[in-house]
Design a protein around this ligand. Structure first.
Ligand code: MN
Length: 228
């Protein structure tokens, strides 16, 4: 095939223990999935179904790669999240079918330009500029599901310059991974290569140039990088 310009590169993520990488198709995110974070943002956790939004696959940043402080914000917030990668997909999946789609898991940060999001929320506008900007989706190497399963007592945390900012258990998620995939499949025909950021616990806050971030979920490779 000839193209009139050079085609964009295939975005991919390393896989723990393998030379082969996971090719990324689309990036979906869940907007509110921990009761304490919903409360800190002024919402009621059980009143509504999950809010989904997306980021371009090109927003992904792999472990160790520095993130340049983005344009158009003075309030860049971290949101540490369990990320699930799909090996298969489908539409209108059952819960069992949804669970069977999982390839593996990673630790991600859903960077948010909170100032732009506040303006968007106030005016009922889309979140794209607040969420889907360049380098807004750092992600650790993925661990295949044979070697990791999220459980209710699995810790998730984020430190900034070795200071603890977010700390929770995956059991505090309002919707499980399978429920998220099931519900997302009612909106989109999911495909192999899709990845989903599953929402953040409380403790979101601003980061600055020079900060060193470390996202961790017990049993997964950590995510470490600097803001420059
Ligand atoms: Mn998030």
């Amino acid at each position: 095939m000839d193209y009139v310009i050079s085609p964009p590169p295939q975005v991919s993520v390393p896989v723990v223990g393998l030379d082969a990488r996971f090719p990324v198709h689309r990036v979906y995110c869940v907007g509110r999935n921990y009761a304490d974070h919903v409360a800190e943002m002024g919402g009621d956790p059980r009143s509504e179904p999950p809010v989904f939004f997306s980021k371009p696959a090109s927003a992904l940043v792999t472990d160790g790669e520095a993130v340049r402080y983005p344009q158009a914000t003075s309030d860049l917030h971290h949101e540490v999240e369990l990320v699930v990668a799909l090996a298969s997909g489908g539409r209108d999946l059952t819960l069992a079918e949804a669970a069977a789609c999982v390839y593996g898991y990673g630790v991600g940060i859903d960077f948010t330009r909170r100032d732009l999001q506040s303006i968007a929320k106030k005016h009922g506008r889309p979140w794209d500029t607040a969420k889907g900007f360049d380098q807004s989706a750092p992600l650790s190497a993925l661990t295949p599901k044979a070697n990791f399963a999220p459980s209710t007592d699995t810790p998730i945390c984020l430190t900034v310059n070795d200071e603890l900012r977010q700390s929770a258990l995956l059991g505090q998620m309002i919707w499980s991974v399978a429920e998220i995939i099931e519900q997302l499949s009612r909106l989109f025909e999911l495909k192999a290569g899709d990845i989903i950021y599953t929402g953040t616990p409380a403790g979101v806050a601003a980061v600055a140039k020079g900060d060193k971030l470390c996202g961790e979920i017990a049993g997964l490779n950590a995510l470490n990088f600097d803001i420059i």
